[in-house]
Ligand binder design. Structure first.
Ligand code: UD1
Ligand code: CA
Length: 463
């Protein structure tokens, strides 16, 4: 074994992600299945990046190579390459391929699997640190309840002697509850010394990376176990049951981070978060709410229950209940819901109030606008302090094109008004209940009927 880089300078890694994942029973390659808004492999690469690993080679298959590359490109700061494994002949074979592609160097090389999304940066850091200059390999192990499909750690006294895959275990070996997590920090020279001697003489007829442990231990090299105290962190995802468990674990971690930063989450188990959200202190999230995308939420806002929020900017002190907000802005102290739908660039300025069964699409509602019941507001601009009566519709689509509706300040739109766009309603105007507005309405005018006509004179008391 040759000289080894210190843990702090170690930066090379291999992630194995070419497996078909047959147990997923899916047309989607396993490492692309989604957890908390990101593909499985994103979580592994993000943890590597968090551990300071800058240089990653991912072993992919022909099927998932392009998609895995696209995922890696969303992680700035990661030097990334792939090695395509055409035939999946086992984890040892995958590692061989990657090593052949990598320039030979001295130091530590981390190898991890792409199907362990719950892994965190701290665990990567500790296994890298454990591979000191005297060590051929440090590997993560974890005690787990039986039965289990993980490879078993067979010890000879205190020493790790070998790893035996569950399918190759004797009954005695199957009773061992110390498992191989699938995270290894190898001295690269030591690994290169054994990797090409693997044989596929096992139950699955595969080249096992795990067999390198017995080879290194057998020739007297130092093998250091790093025992993880939380088996959940190293959960391998092989089927959709494990996928749901991993998702719950990641989600819990995301909720804990926000709670520790001052957010009240009433029920973390039914609150689904994605990474990279910005949530201010003293926000309260009620149950059965999902928040994702590049969402920002201001201080004191209350969201939920039963909300779906994606790509939203929400000001402070807003209140959103039982509603869907997608790619939209909710201003400070605005109220939304229950049962409202904002989408495609809806902008609510401060103190706007949107009530039940109101859909707002690509529209700007200025301060204090109220639309409290049963409306569709699309491609519209509504001036401050205007009130939109129940059942109002912006008829923005003529069957071919979308048109704009412009409503001024202090306007009162009567219940069940149809605004046939393109159309403008001036400041201070009023429409009667059931109006069908097909022509612009002058400021201060009052219109009613179908089609709507001015009733201003008639409305004055006759004398
Ligand atoms: C593997 C380990 C096992 C460990 C477990 C932890 C081996 C032989 N076994 O078992 O000891 O307890 O992980 O989760 O390593 N892959 C390739 N190319 C291949 C085969 C697999 O890239 O030819 C990738 C897969 O995409 C996957 C990873 O390697 O991400 C592990 O393969 P998998 O088949 O899931 O191994 P396990 O049976 O879970
Ligand atoms: Ca696995």
């Amino acid at each position: 074994m040759s000289g080894n880089g210190s843990a702090a300078t170690s930066s090379s890694s291999i992630v194995l992600a070419a497996g078909k994942g047959v147990r997923m029973k899916s047309a989607t390659p396993k490492v692309l299945h989604e957890l908390c808004g990101r593909p499985m492999i994103w979580w592994v690469l993000n943890a590597l990046r968090g551990a300071g690993v800058r240089d990653v080679i991912v072993v992919t298959s022909a099927e998932n190579d392009a998609a895995v590359t696209a995922v890696a490109e969303t992680l700035p700061g990661l030097e990334f390459d792939t090695a395509i494994q055409v035939e999946q002949l086992g984890t040892g074979h995958a590692a061989q391929l990657a090593l052949r592609q990598l320039k030979r160097r001295e130091g530590t090389i981390l190898i991890a699997y792409g199907d362990m999304p719950v892994v965190d940066a701290a665990l990567f850091r500790s296994v890298i640190a454990a591979c000191d200059t005297l060590t051929a390999v440090a590997l993560v192990t974890a005690r787990m309840p039986l039965p289990s499909n993980f490879g078993r750690i067979v010890r000879d006294g205190e020493q790790v002697a070998r790893i035996v895959e569950a399918k190759d275990c004797t009954p005695e070996e199957l009773a061992i509850n110390e498992m191989n997590a699938g995270i290894y920090a190898f001295d690269e020279t030591a690994l290169r010394g054994v990797i090409d001697h693997l044989r596929a003489d096992n139950a699955q007829g595969e080249f096992y990376l795990t067999d390198t442990i017995a080879m290194l231990a057998g020739r007297g090299d130092r093998v250091v176990p790093v025992v993880s105290d939380d088996a959940r962190t190293v959960l391998g995802v092989n089927d959709r049951v494990e996928l749901s468990r991993a998702r719950a674990a990641i989600n819990e971690r995301l909720c804990i981070e926000h709670m520790q930063a001052g957010v009240t989450i009433v029920d973390p188990a039914s609150t689904w978060l994605e990474p990279e959200l910005t949530i201010a202190p003293d926000v309260t999230i009620y149950p059965n709410t999902a928040i994702g995308g590049a969402t920002t939420i201001g201080r004191g806002t209350r969201i939920g229950p039963n909300c779906r929020i994606y790509g939203a900017t929400i000001g402070e002190g807003a209140q959103i209940t039982e509603s869907v907000v997608l790619d939209s802005t909710v201003g400070p102290h605005a109220t939304v819901g229950p049962f409202a739908h904002l989408r495609d660039g809806a902008v609510l300025e401060p103190d706007v109030s949107i009530g039940n069964f109101v859909e707002v699409k690509d529209s700007r509602l200025h301060a204090r606008v109220k639309a409290r019941h049963l409306s569709y507001l699309g491609d519209a601009e509504i001036g401050e302090d205007s009130n939109v009566g129940a059942g109002t519709i912006t008829c923005n689509y003529d069957g071919e094109r979308k048109h704009k509706t412009k409503i001024g300040k202090n306007v009162k739109i009567g219940s069940d008004t149809m605004l046939v766009a393109p159309v403008e309603v001036g400041d201070g105007a009023l429409t009667g209940a059931g109006s069908v507005v097909i022509r612009d309405v002058e400021p201060g005018d009052r219109v009613a009927g179908a089609p709507a006509k001015s009733i201003k004179k008639a409305a004055k008391p006759a004398r």
